[in-house]
Design a protein around this ligand. Structure first.
Ligand code: ARG
Length: 460
């Protein structure tokens, strides 16, 4: 027996392997809610313009609502023979309500239907992601506020560079996530355009009202070109791109957490509930959560490249290739949600070891730039000051002394411009407090940054 929905022109049943090979129901059934939502709006519109009777519309709505409940209760029987989520639901509807079920597909095609479903799905998931991102940003801003005075070494080349505050470092993560937030908000605008009504590719001969369906589904507007509407997957690529960048940021933060939780750094403790042990080495407590997040960024990058490659050779309009858009897209959605949840739960629980970070900042001549700036204020040209401080650091390396513990006489070997007030700038507190401008690491500025962030978050 050939497929009921399109078998009319076929003279033999589909090969059993081909049926399985071309089916997508195993992964697109997760669109069931959006598929039903889209069908309800379509049926309402068809009734409004007189293509369906009110009775037919009511039967369709009732049938679809029952199907929704059956699916959510796990009572719906998905059939691979029915290929995809769309035909599974339509077949079930027809079985339930008879002839009216067969009329639902009037004036539409699976091509505009699937593009609509996926957009509705991505829109819903973006909203979940934005909430979860906000939760993570809130956790970061809160922790940063508490750690505005906590001093740690700042690094370049992973070598001690200048002292910063831990709060400042956390707010650096925050800023990257803020850009991610804005990217998802922006992506949502282009997701929220409705393909429905494009039908297979050229539009339809029925007197459809696309503005009405768009309004019923909460879309900004109908897509303006039917060929583009059914073949555009830019929104999925944009989503995967935003996901990739977000995971890049979470991966970098993860890398830092992995370093910081090592015995060699020991800057931060990640509570046991976010770690796991080793089956052979009894002493181990591994930072699995950040490591996994770092690893999962590989997935989102792969998914982005998969979608870009999927689209690049396709002529207009719909091609079956597009069925391959779903698994990478869904995987990126799941990955983003999982990683955000892990991070949003873990960040507020991080336990900074303030003394260890401070000790680390005292090693490595972190205040050398401050000494050079001090000499500049005393009239020395910056390049000369750089040279003078370089020599004092070399002396410190050979005598194992940080600048702040050298005596005034020792320091004066390198320049007679150095006076007793030098010790104000050689302290860690003096160093960070002096970087007191917008974007600087001074505790004041970190508090201002966290206040700004928390005020913005409160308005979301
Ligand atoms: N399952 C298909 C997809 O995911 C639905 C659209 C199929 N349309 C078609 N004419 N074969 O893209």
């Amino acid at each position: 027996q050939t497929n009921q929905q399109w078998g009319g022109r076929f003279s033999e049943p589909t090969d059993a392997f081909v049926a399985r090979f071309t089916a997508s129901v195993d992964f697109d059934k997760r669109l069931y809610r959006q598929d039903i939502q889209g069908s309800i709006a379509h049926a309402k519109m068809l009734a409004k313009v007189g293509v369906l009777t009110e009775q037919e519309r009511d039967d369709i709505l009732r049938g679809l609502e029952e199907i929704l409940i059956e699916i959510e209760r796990g009572q719906f029987e998905w059939s691979v023979a029915l290929e995809d989520v769309h035909m599974n639901i339509e077949a079930a509807l027809t079985k339930k309500i008879g002839i009216a079920g067969k009329k639902l597909h009037t004036g539409r095609s699976r091509n505009d239907q699937v593009a609509t479903d996926v957009r509705l799905y991505v829109r819903d998931e973006i909203d979940v992601i934005l909430d979860e991102l906000s939760r993570l940003q809130f956790g970061l801003a809160n922790l940063a506020q508490k750690e505005a005075d906590t001093i740690m070494p700042g690094f370049t080349h992973l070598q001690t560079a200048q002292p910063v505050t831990f709060g400042h470092h956390l707010m650096a993560w925050y800023e990257a996530l803020q850009r991610d937030f804005e990217r998802f908000v922006d992506c949502r605008k282009r997701v929220n355009i409705m393909p429905l009504g494009a039908a297979a590719l050229a539009g339809t001969t029925y007197p459809i009202d696309r503005h009405l369906t768009a309004e019923l589904l909460g879309f900004e507007r109908p897509a303006y070109n039917s060929l583009d509407a059914v073949s555009d997957r830019d929104f999925a690529i944009e989503f995967c791109s935003a996901a990739s960048l977000l995971l890049t940021h979470l991966s970098r933060a993860s890398e830092e957490l992995v370093l910081w939780t090592s015995a060699q750094f020991n800057f931060v403790n990640v509570p046991d509930r976010f770690c796991t042990g080793s089956s052979i080495m009894p002493q181990k407590k591994n930072p699995d959560v950040p490591e996994l997040v770092r690893g999962k960024s590989g997935r989102t990058n792969g998914n982005l490249i998969a979608l870009l490659t999927l689209m690049k050779g396709q002529p207009l309009a719909y091609n079956k290739d597009n069925q391959e858009d779903k698994e990478p897209l869904f995987d990126s959605i799941d990955t983003v949600k999982g990683c955000l949840r892990a991070f949003a739960d873990m960040v507020p629980a991080l336990e900074p070891r303030r003394e260890v970070m401070r000790e680390a900042a005292l090693r490595g001549f972190a205040t050398a730039t401050d000494l050079a700036d001090y000499l500049v204020r005393k009239g020395v040209a910056f390049r000369d000051a750089h040279e003078i401080v370089g020599k004092s650091v070399a002396y410190g390396v050979s005598t194992s002394k940080d600048l702040s513990v050298m005596s005034l006489d020792e320091l004066r070997q390198f320049s007679d411009k150095i006076d007793a007030d030098v010790f104000d700038v050689l302290t860690l507190e003096g160093s960070v407090a002096a970087r007191d401008h917008i974007g600087g690491t001074a505790p004041n500025q970190v508090r201002a940054a966290t206040a700004r962030a928390l005020a913005e978050l409160a308005q979301r």
